[in-house]
Every structure is written in C-alpha cells, then in structure tokens.
Design a protein around this ligand. Structure first.
Ligand SMILES: *[C@@H]1O[C@H](CO)[C@@H](O)[C@H](O)[C@H]1NC(C)=O
Ligand SMILES: *[C@@H]1O[C@H](CO)[C@@H](O)[C@H](O)[C@H]1NC(C)=O
Ligand SMILES: *[C@@H]1O[C@H](CO)[C@@H](O)[C@H](O)[C@H]1NC(C)=O
Ligand SMILES: *[C@@H]1O[C@H](CO)[C@@H](O)[C@H](O)[C@H]1NC(C)=O
Ligand SMILES: *[C@@H]1O[C@H](CO)[C@@H](O)[C@H](O)[C@H]1NC(C)=O
Ligand SMILES: *[C@@H]1O[C@H](CO)[C@@H](O)[C@H](O)[C@H]1NC(C)=O
Ligand SMILES: *[C@@H]1O[C@H](CO)[C@@H](O)[C@H](O)[C@H]1NC(C)=O
Ligand SMILES: *[C@@H]1O[C@H](CO)[C@@H](O)[C@H](O)[C@H]1NC(C)=O
Length: 512
C-alpha cells in the first residue's frame, strides 16, 4: 500500500513535469523584447549565455493532459489530523541571563567580585567549520567584531580539575564591518530591490493557508502578495529541491518512459555531493556579483546543501552566515549541549525565532545596500505541521513590523515540499500536499501596480511551476553585469527553451 502510494506520487509528479514541458512546447509565446519596464537595471543575460533545455523527444510519451488540483485545506478526509489548538506547554525561563547584547554592545549584569564573565567571537569559516576568537573578560561594555558571540561566567578561585563555568550562553547579531573595503560603487547608485527568501521546511500550500492565517492575511493584504498554488516539488526531500532552487540543477536521472521524456542529471557521479558547490552556478554568487550583500541562515548544524555528508560550501557561501551559532549548538566538532539548552529551551526561545531575529538584524544593518538572503526554517514544522499554528503570531509580527523596510523587495515565502510524515501524509489529500509546497511572492512596491508586470505575474501564478522556475527567476532578478567570465548557465524551467530567460516572475520584466 505505501509502495503503491509512493509509486503513484512519483507517477503524478512525472506526469505533471512531462506534460508541462509538452504544453509549453506547444504554447505560442510572443517573443520577448528586452525593454526595461522599470529602473536603470543592468542588462539581462544574453541568450547565448545560457544552456537551455534540449528539445524533448516526445516519442513514446503518452499522456498529454494535466488537471491542476484545487485542494481544500480543510478537506473532510484530513480534518481529524488537524490540531489548531496545538500549543507548546507554557514556558518560564529557567536561566537568568547574565550577559546581554544590545545594539552591538555586550554587557554583563554580574556584579559578584568573585566571578568573571568573558566572551569570545565565533567567526564563520564554512558549512562545517568556525574559527574561535580569543576570550576576553567583560570588564566594561564591549563591542565584539563578529556576528556570533559565546559568553561564560566563572568562579575566579575554583581550581577543581575540569571546572565548568556556572554560566554559558551565546548571542547573535549582524556585525557590519565598516572598515571593509567595498568594491567601488558604480556610477550613480541604483537602488536595486532586495530579495528575501524565507523557507518553512515541509509546508504545503494547504498547510500554510490552514496554519498561518494571520501571516497569510498580512502578506495578501499589506504586501499584495501573489500566491502560486501549483508549485510542484522536483524530488523527495530538501536537498534536491534546494539544488533546483539555488543552483538551477537536477542531481538525478529520470528515465525516459511513457510518462516522461527523460532527463539526465546535471551532476555526474554525484558531484553535487562529492565536490564543493562554491564555484558552481550558486545563485548567491550571482547576487554578489550584481552588488548585493548576502546572507544565509538555517537552524541546523548541517543544512540543505550539505546534508547528509556532502561537501556543501568550503568557503563562505554568503557575506554573513549564522552557521557558527548552529555549529556551537550541535555541530560535530563544536557542540556544547549546555549552550544549546540555554539559548533555546531555558530561554523559552525557539530556533526559528533565532533565525528570524538574525534576518531582522541583517535587514536593519544594511539599509543602504541591496540585500539577498535565504532563511531556511528546518525545525518548526518538519515533523509535524501542527507545530505551525502557534508560530503564526511570530511571523505575522515580523512582516507587520517590516512592511516599510520590505517595501522595495521581492519576498519569496515558500516550502521546499509538503509534510512527509504522520497520519495526514498517508491520506490521498496528504499525498498531493506533499508534492505541493506553498509559495507566496511579494513584489517591490514600484511593480505592484504596473499593469503589465502584475498581470503577467498573476497569469503565471495559475500555472504549474517547479523550483527550477524559481532559479530562473532569481537569475533574472540578479542580472549581474556580464563581466563575470563564468561558463554558460544551465537553465531549466518553464520558459527556458524560449527566446528569453523568463520564468514565473520574470516575463514581467519585459514588454512583449
Ligand atoms: C538600541 O537602539 C534602539 C534603536 O536605536 C534604541 O531604541 C535603544 O534604546 C538602544 N538600546 C541601547 C541599550 O542603547
Ligand atoms: C568572595 O570570596 C571571599 C573569600 O572567599 C568571601 O569572603 C566573600 O564573601 C566572597 N564574596 C562574594 C560576593 O561571594
Ligand atoms: C580574566 O579574569 C580572570 C579572573 O580574574 C583572570 O584570571 C584572567 O587572567 C583574565 N583574562 C584576561 C584575558 O584578562
Ligand atoms: C568548583 O566547581 C565544581 C564544579 O565544576 C564544584 O563541584 C565545586 O563545588 C566548586 N568548588 C568550589 C570551592 O566552589
Ligand atoms: C574588517 O575589514 C577589514 C578590511 O578588509 C579587515 O582587515 C578586518 O579583518 C575585518 N574585520 C573582521 C572582524 O572581519
Ligand atoms: C564517472 O565515473 C566513471 C566511473 O568511475 C568514470 O568513468 C567517468 O569518467 C566519470 N564521469 C565524470 C563526468 O566524472
Ligand atoms: C511604499 O512606498 C511607496 C512609495 O514610496 C509609499 O507610497 C508607501 O506608503 C510605502 N509603503 C510602506 C508600507 O512603507
Ligand atoms: C575568460 O575566459 C576566456 C576563455 O576561457 C579566457 O581566454 C580569458 O583569459 C578569460 N578572461 C579572464 C579575465 O579571466
């Protein structure tokens, strides 16, 4: 039975993908004219800078029709699995915070002369490593030059072997190094739109609508968000969907069959895992090249790019990384369980709150720079979507508070896939939900009422799309100047075989 379900879901996704390709191939799209509809943006990529999908061979592929499902988030067959009242038990902090980081300044409230509080920086290195700064006693308000700060307080006179400090904690901020030499600013400054990607792992379109009504309302009403109810995941779990979304590539072969034209992996011999991703067509690199300041954080020592034991990034993938924080909590080489406990359960704080606070800090730290961020909330809903209900207020507050700061932004709020476990997943509706992660997109204010753009985006929102289309869209938004001597881009997705790079959002940037 469960095998049957798996096969069925594979078949459904394969049908969807192959039919989509067939449909698009037949669609007569107007050739796009490269003509900016807003701003003085760098030119888009030339067509000869990409490697589009080959023309598929439809011989022996039989299915030519696809009904996009219109799911009911409260379908009677699943309501027995929904727990809208699910809340964590009331929480009272069990640790008294002796060190505090506010506006970049670290202080201690410890006045006991027989003990000392100290801190050290945890500098980011890559997905697996951090570098320790030196311990320094907090003798006056200190200004650490780093994002992640470990603190401790210890008895001055305890000489017991293996003495453990009586207080251990960790703080996170976004430290802006203003002495850093920036690459010279170009001519007159163009205010590029910010691009924020906020992922909640394992959340379907239906689940988002069900569990986060206030957040949903805030985004729809005050950000004029556009929802894409037909996003289909490209593979089972986070990693392949992350590769599709942020590297635009597939890491598996799909056999040619009556339900698929067949696809070849873009990474031979598992090179997506065995080799570092730094020099691949990583979208963070493109945004960087386009002048963006970049940040990535997720609440996991491993992450979507390097799980279970892949190389991931061996250099820093983005300008700011929160990774030392997660490495200190649970990284193989650095884990300190006491600190992990103290910063979260003992402080009544959840890991998604740490992530969103860091994102908030980043937004505030660089008001004058175009920003690109990826925030991947792994823990919150991964094993149980009923855990999302109680987080609604927190996400709602984040968006409400940042309405003005996110006014000139593309905000992508989405899932990588739906819920993969539990009772709901074993229903027919849950099966479809797993394939159908949610996606809401908010446009920069200047584009929201552009009749051409907003109607194109709304039109596209009714189509079946995948994470490949998101990559093509990011590429289109980033538009780095063509001075990067990089190899041609592999680009899959809706419009990639056509005369422009447009996908999902992107056809809106051009008149046609
Ligand atoms: C930190 O900055 C905020 C905003 O500028 C200000 O309201 C607050 O008083 C500051 N706190 C401290 C301790 O300086
Ligand atoms: C500090 O240590 C001294 C000597 O052991 C002791 O007399 C004093 O009470 C201690 N002070 C505090 C605040 O614990
Ligand atoms: C910090 O304070 C402790 C206790 O007074 C002292 O032993 C230690 O040398 C100090 N460390 C530094 C780096 O000043
Ligand atoms: C020293 O610390 C240890 C725990 O690390 C504790 O068991 C012991 O009681 C302490 N000794 C003094 C004199 O405070
Ligand atoms: C800040 O930037 C300067 C200049 O690039 C560099 O020398 C210094 O190490 C940086 N500081 C930190 C904490 O990264
Ligand atoms: C993949 O591995 C096979 C066998 O080890 C080898 O013959 C082939 O050249 C490799 N291909 C690439 C692209 O590395
Ligand atoms: C966004 O910007 C526009 C144009 O400047 C302005 O009219 C609008 O009030 C802003 N909205 C928010 C929430 O700041
Ligand atoms: C760019 O690539 C071409 C062809 O590989 C090479 O000849 C040239 O030296 C490269 N230019 C730079 C600036 O790296």
């Amino acid at each position: 039975m469960s095998n049957y379900t798996v096969i069925k879901s594979v078949i459904i996704s394969l049908i969807a993908v192959s039919l989509l390709v067939m449909y698009l191939d037949n669609a007569s799209l107007n050739p796009f004219v490269f003509d900016y509809t807003f701003g003085d943006f760098p030119p888009p990529l030339e067509y000869d800078e990409i490697i589009p999908d080959e023309k598929p061979d439809y011989k022996g592929v039989f299915f030519d029709h696809c009904e996009l499902p219109h799911l009911n988030p409260w379908d009677p067959t699943i309501t027995r699995f929904l727990r809208p009242d699910n809340k964590p038990a009331p929480c009272k902090p069990t640790i008294k915070q002796l060190t505090k980081l506010e506006n970049g300044t670290l202080t201690t409230s410890n006045t006991d002369k027989n003990s000392t509080c100290a801190y050290r920086c945890l500098y980011p290195v890559n997905d697996y490593d951090l570098k320790y700064g030196n311990w320094a006693n907090i003798t006056k308000p200190m200004v650490p030059d780093c994002d992640i700060i470990e603190t401790k307080c210890f008895d001055n006179h305890n000489t017991t072997k293996g003495y453990v400090p009586f207080y251990e904690f960790m703080h996170a901020q976004v430290y802006r190094n203003d002495t850093k030499i920036e690459p010279e600013e170009n001519e007159e400054k163009i205010k590029l739109p910010d691009v924020y990607v906020i992922i909640i792992d394992a959340v379907s379109h239906s689940s988002f609508v069900r569990t986060l009504p206030r957040t949903y309302h805030e985004l729809m009403a005050n950000y004029e968000a556009i929802q894409f109810p037909h996003l289909n995941k490209v593979a089972l779990n986070s990693r392949p969907n992350a590769l599709a979304m942020f590297l635009g590539k597939s890491n598996r072969n799909i056999e040619k069959s009556p339900i698929s034209v067949g696809y070849t992996s873009d990474f031979q011999n598992n090179s997506d895992c065995r080799r570092p991703l730094d020099d691949d067509q990583w979208i963070g690199k493109r945004f960087k090249a386009a002048g963006y300041t970049t940040m990535m954080n997720d609440d996991w020592a491993l992450g979507p790019m390097n799980w279970p034991s892949c190389k991931g990034f061996v250099r820093m993938g983005t300008d700011h990384m929160m990774k030392p924080f997660q490495l200190k909590i649970e990284g193989r080489k650095y884990a300190n369980g006491q600190i992990g406990h103290n910063v979260h359960s003992a402080s009544c704080k959840e890991s998604f709150e740490s992530l969103m606070n860091y994102l908030d800090d980043f937004i505030t730290a660089y008001p004058d720079k175009p920003k690109f961020t990826i925030t991947w909330n792994v823990n919150l809903a991964h094993s149980n979507n009923n855990n999302l209900y109680h987080a609604d207020g927190s996400f709602y507050e984040f968006f409400r508070k940042n309405e003005e700061k996110l006014n000139n932004s593309f905000v992508f709020v989405l899932g990588d896939h739906g819920i993969r476990f539990g009772g709901l997943r074993h229903t027919a509706v849950g099966n479809i939900e797993d394939n159908n992660p949610f996606l809401l997109l908010t446009l920069p204010w200047s584009l929201r009422r552009d009749p051409q753009i907003s109607s194109t985006v709304r039109e596209n929102a009714h189509q079946l799309i995948t994470h490949y289309d998101l990559y093509a869209t990011f590429v289109d938004i980033a538009r780095p100047k063509s001075d990067t001597n990089s190899s041609k881009l592999i680009l899959h997705g809706l419009f990639s075989g056509k005369s422009s790079l447009c996908a999902v959002v992107c056809s809106r940037f051009y008149d046609h």
